[in-house]
Design a protein around this ligand. Structure first.
Ligand code: F6R
Length: 582
């Protein structure tokens, strides 16, 4: 949550910071702000709402001359999203931006108040700024070291100081932060995507390592000893962070799916040895949050069909469960960002017990990618829209391939190579999906029903719809509806029935009939023609690939419904792309 960018170089920081913030806006968009510094002044400009609001304010302000600045886009944790609570925060000589949560902030605040500090905001960030200011004599590293010893929690901090206007400092623990290396210019940022149009070279900052940057370069220290870290080159291109003519990232990212799916198929279909050998484990635990958890629900069905014993949990529950691990266990962590706080905690719980962990992850270099025993990168490129689409699809594909490796069968391979073109044909039917969206966008309540893998698909279809369109939606195991929830089915209630599994087809059809006889408007999605008026018929394909042809139409329908309702599609209210707090 929250995005940080900082700049030191020959340019005026304004444009770099604003373009960086626009790229980081997916991490939170309650409020935003920038701070610029020169030897006479530290200028802070903040605003509530999206970056466009901040931009308007900046453009109507006389900016100081400067070569150093920090900026922040916020997803509120401590304190409501207003201008006072927006970052940067300045206390005395110190101005900072912060991503993370300080758990002992209120105790620290109380003792600082007793020492005479006056606080303006209700943020934990202002407490950090006050501590830095208290400890700062003339050595910033020293002040940072004392401050990080006093605070508990997660933090990535960008720091500037009135007494050192030519310098930029940063430190991190738990929350991500990297150093971007340009030509005579340096950046700090939560995400390489924010600086990719300036440089692809970056350095990862380890936990509690402090970087100090000036025009001659950067130096990393930990406990006052210098640390040398390798310079990496990002594969990301500036196009991948561009809309490329699409109106929203969500639709752009859905439309990228056939190519990305094809890339993964070409990479692995004849090289299964590159994928982890899950067969050697007797027990599989699958853990993730939100859509990543729903990917896990699909994978659970794959692995159970392969004869493995599978448990699945959302990470926020798993991390607090009493689990008796068996040595023959593999814990699979599914995460697009690789920075989801609960999923990281779940991973560390298993790592601490010396249980093997496998990351199915998009962002290389992220905490989960770095700390798992094994990793498989899903290679989705940058996913900007807050609601995941292409990353979900690639996670399912990779887990399907891992399952195929356990249990190879010829039919799977035949179907696998057909998948990208079938997906493309489906996605090209935009007019058809728009018409279906017409039937949904005025509704208040929508239900999704299915069984087994189809139920797992329902969960994702329902989440996608509600998060981007704000329509109330629920996914139910088709057989469970009549145990209470069917009382909500009314004349005109939309019910999506997903039926792709022949073994339970007749059962779900009966459940669909039950809701139809209570006045529901059914939308049937399946791989076999049925009598229903509103339907999406997808090509019939191997069971372990079938979700990859059912979920994309649901993503498209969610997009068009949200579009018709005029929603903030790429940045739905209250959400953030990367949930780095508990
Ligand atoms: C929904 C969505 C979220 C994420 C969840 C986990 O569209 O994007 O539910 O799937 O927050 O995030 P990652 O995958 O980054 O761990």
């Amino acid at each position: 949550m929250c995005g940080i960018i900082g700049y030191l170089g020959k340019k005026h920081p304004k444009d770099v910071l604003l373009s960086g913030l626009k790229n980081l806006e997916y991490r939170g968009y309650d409020s935003a702000g920038i701070a610029l510094i020169n030897k006479d002044t530290t200028q802070i400009i903040k605003s509530v709402g999206k970056i466009s609001e901040l931009e308007k304010k900046i453009n109507s302000t006389d900016l100081i001359n400067s070569n150093v600045g920090i900026a922040h886009t916020r997803w509120a944790t401590h304190g409501e999203p207003n201008e006072i609570n927006a970052h940067p925060h300045k206390v005395g000589k110190i101005t900072i931006v912060h991503n993370g949560i300080i758990e002992n902030a209120s105790t620290l605040r109380d003792s600082l108040i007793k020492e005479g500090v006056e606080f303006n905001s209700s943020t934990d960030t202002e407490v950090i700024a006050a501590l830095l200011n208290k400890y700062y004599k003339d050595n910033m590293e020293d002040a940072i070291n004392k401050t990080i010893k006093a605070i508990d929690g997660s933090y990535a901090l960008g720091i500037i100081c009135d007494d050192e206007p030519d310098k930029l400092y940063a430190v991190r623990c738990e929350s991500p932060l990297i150093i971007g290396i340009g030509k005579n210019e340096y950046f700090i940022t939560s995400d390489i995507g924010a600086i990719i149009s300036y440089t692809r070279k970056y350095v990862l900052l380890g936990a509690n390592e402090i970087v100090s940057i000036d025009k001659d370069g950067y130096k990393i220290t930990k406990d006052n000893k210098e640390v040398i870290r390798e310079v990496n080159t990002s594969e990301l291109t500036s196009e991948s962070a561009d809309l490329m003519g699409y109106e929203h990232y969500m639709i752009k990212e859905i439309m990228e799916e056939p190519v990305l799916v094809n890339n993964i198929i070409q990479k692995y279909k004849d090289n299964l040895d590159k994928l982890p050998d899950v067969k050697k484990y007797k027990h599989i635990h699958i853990v993730g949050c939100g859509s990543a958890y729903y990917v896990g629900m699909i994978a659970k069905n794959f692995f159970e069909d392969d004869g493995l014993d599978v448990q699945i949990d959302v990470a926020s529950e798993y991390r607090y469960r009493n689990i008796k691990y068996n040595k023959n266990t593999l814990v699979i962590l599914i995460s697009q960002s690789g920075e989801t706080a609960d999923t990281i905690a779940a991973m560390r719980k298993a790592n601490d017990k010396k249980i093997d962990t496998l990351a199915i992850v998009n962002v290389d270099g992220s905490t989960i990618a770095r700390e798992c025993t094994y990793k498989v990168l899903i290679e989705a490129g940058r996913e900007v829209a807050v609601a995941t689409t292409k990353a979900y699809i690639l996670q399912v594909l990779l887990l399907s391939l891992i399952s195929y490796k356990i249990n190879p069968d010829k039919e799977y391979l035949k179907d696998l190579v057909k998948l990208p073109s079938q997906l493309k044909v489906l996605l090209d039917k935009t007019g058809f999906h728009k018409k279906l969206a017409d039937k949904v966008y005025r509704k208040n309540d929508v239900f999704f029903i299915g069984r087994k893998i189809d139920y797992a698909i329902c969960l994702e279809g329902s989440l996608k719809l509600k998060e981007v369109s704000y329509i109330h939606s629920e996914a139910y195991q088709a057989g469970e509806l009549k145990h209470g929830t069917i009382s909500l089915i009314n004349k005109g209630t939309v019910v999506f029935a997903i039926i792709t599994d022949d073994d339970i087809r007749d059962k779900t059809i009966s459940n669909l009939e039950e809701v139809l006889s209570r006045g529901a408007k059914a939308i049937y999605i399946g791989n076999k023609k049925e009598k229903y008026r509103n339907k999406i018929i997808v090509p019939r394909i191997h069971k372990k690939l079938q979700p990859l042809l059912v979920v994309p139409p649901l993503q498209l329908i969610s997009y068009y419904v949200a579009y018709k309702r005029g929603c903030s599609i790429d940045k739905p209210r209250n959400l953030a792309k990367s949930v780095t707090v508990e």
